[in-house]
Design a protein around this ligand. Structure first.
Ligand SMILES: C[S@@+](CC[C@H](N)C(=O)[O-])C[C@H]1O[C@@H](n2cnc3c(N)ncnc32)[C@H](O)[C@@H]1O
Length: 436
């Protein structure tokens, strides 16, 4: 693929970059990593990177409908894959009549320009022009046909839609809809350095409007890059969803406690715990790269924890990463399918396989049983997942309590992702246990 003939600030350049990222996701890459690769290869300047990212995220949210439309518009599947992805990205932009990012004619012209610039796709410029123009002429009728299929209507794999219906017969449509909305930017105010009221004033002095939606949580009215968040580098605030900010208060922390954050990276909840109380905290993760991200977050916020590389599913005999001393509190934010945070990570639905849930639930059960051995009598363990699949969440909690005779304490349980103004959070699950 060549970007060389395209202007770096053109929509053609951004469409091509987004198409390449989408093609990488189709090959199994996570979208953030795919975008990092595209940014490096294309040497896109910052504003263009923003445009590529925006188009790629929009496309991940709308690709079910785009592929359905394309199936009805093109006489045969477009080849190569990059061409297919570019057409899907252009169709997503043209189909979004509620929030159009570009003029229709610009999208069509620039898609043709992008295709013409690439020797592998140039043969298809006439087809791209014809398909996109026909879509614009017959948009309502074509969309009406596409949304007759669940895939074209909801933009999720069919197994995902079926499973959501079975798990939440009343709310499945609202949950799927919430997963297709762009998430708000939610911050956690660092109470060690400032207060919510004072930080809201700081924002107001920068003409930024926001409102409080939790004890430390504020929702920005408009999203912005992290680097532009006032006081971010000085550790006044961190980016964290409102639901994720429930973990630290639920742990019922007191100064001096020994706390284990067992699946800690990148450290969002680790840092919130340390902002909340003076505790002796061990942050464990089995992924060395992700562990580095905890270090970066701790440094920015000027907090301290013992970082430990290790496997949370082994070690309760004091023979691995654990020194054998019991913990007062354990946070088990276990690995899961992340089915509750698809609005922030719209690629997840396309990357997961149906069988992942069972595999991850089995691993998490092993982690939980192991961690339970490390908890002192009367101590508390908080299970967290960012999944809405009951197998990973409520069913997991029930089975764990039964296996270990654990006392269940009040906790929010399954938070369903919604996108209404008063209750905006991701789909996390919380269960709290006490050792008898
Ligand atoms: C849901 S994420 C944790 C998010 C984190 N608590 C936060 O709030 O920023 C799950 C983490 O578990 C880690 N993990 C997966 N399997 C693990 C294991 N067997 N032992 C320790 N960590 C594990 C992953 O590397 C990942 O960083």
């Amino acid at each position: 693929m060549t970007y060389s003939t395209l202007k770096k600030d053109s929509l053609a350049f951004s469409l091509l970059g987004a198409a390449q990222a989408i093609a990488l996701v189709r090959d199994g890459a996570a979208l953030p990593q795919a975008l990092t690769q595209v940014f490096a290869q294309s040497a896109a300047p910052a504003p263009t990177r923003g445009a590529i990212q925006d188009i790629a995220y929009r496309t991940m949210r709308g690709i079910g409908r785009a592929e359905t439309l394309l199936g009805n518009l093109a006489s045969r599947p477009p080849e190569p894959t990059l061409l297919h992805c570019l057409l899907c990205a252009a169709l997503c932009l043209l189909a979004d009549v509620d929030d159009p990012a570009y003029e229709n004619f610009t999208v069509v012209n620039q898609a043709v320009t992008a295709v013409s610039s690439d020797p592998q796709m140039a043969h298809a410029k006439g087809m791209v022009n014809a398909v996109l123009r026909r879509f614009l002429r017959e948009r309502d009728a074509l969309v009406a046909v596409a949304v007759k299929t669940p895939f074209g209507l909801w933009n999720y794999p069919v197994w995902w839609i079926d499973r959501m219906k079975a798990a939440y017969p009343q709310q499945w449509q609202a949950i799927l809809t919430a997963g297709n909305t762009a998430p708000p930017l939610t911050l956690r105010v660092n109470r060690r350095k400032t207060s919510v009221a004072a930080y809201l004033e700081t924002l107001a002095s920068h003409a930024i409007t926001a409102r409080q939606i939790g004890p430390d949580a504020i929702r920005m009215d408009t999203a912005m890059p992290m680097a532009q968040i006032p006081g971010f580098e000085d550790g006044l605030a961190s980016v964290q969803d409102a639901a994720a900010q429930l973990a630290a208060p639920l742990l019922d922390l007191q100064d001096g406690m020994r706390v284990l954050d067992a699946c800690a990276a990148p450290g969002g909840k680790t840092c919130h715990i340390l902002e909340t109380a003076e505790v002796d905290l061990t942050a464990l993760d089995n992924n060395p790269k992700r562990l580095q991200r905890i270090t970066q977050n701790l440094q920015r916020l000027q907090l301290e924890a013992k970082l430990q590389l290790g496997d949370a599913s082994v070690g309760s005999q004091g023979d691995d990463w654990w020194d054998g001393q019991l913990f007062d509190r354990i946070l088990a934010d276990v690995p899961c399918t992340a089915s509750g945070i698809v609005r922030r990570h719209p690629d997840i639905r396309w990357l997961r396989r149906k069988t992942d849930t069972e595999q991850l639930a089995t691993l998490s059960a092993k982690i939980l049983d192991n961690l339970w051995q490390m908890l002192r009598p009367d101590g508390k363990l908080l299970l967290v997942t960012c999944s809405v699949w009951p197998q990973e969440s409520e069913a997991q909690a029930v089975a764990f309590a039964a296996r270990n005779n654990a006392r269940r304490l009040p906790a929010p349980g399954q938070l369903l992702p919604t996108a209404d103004a008063g209750q905006d959070h991701d789909g996390l699950f919380y269960a709290l246990f006490q050792k008898c």
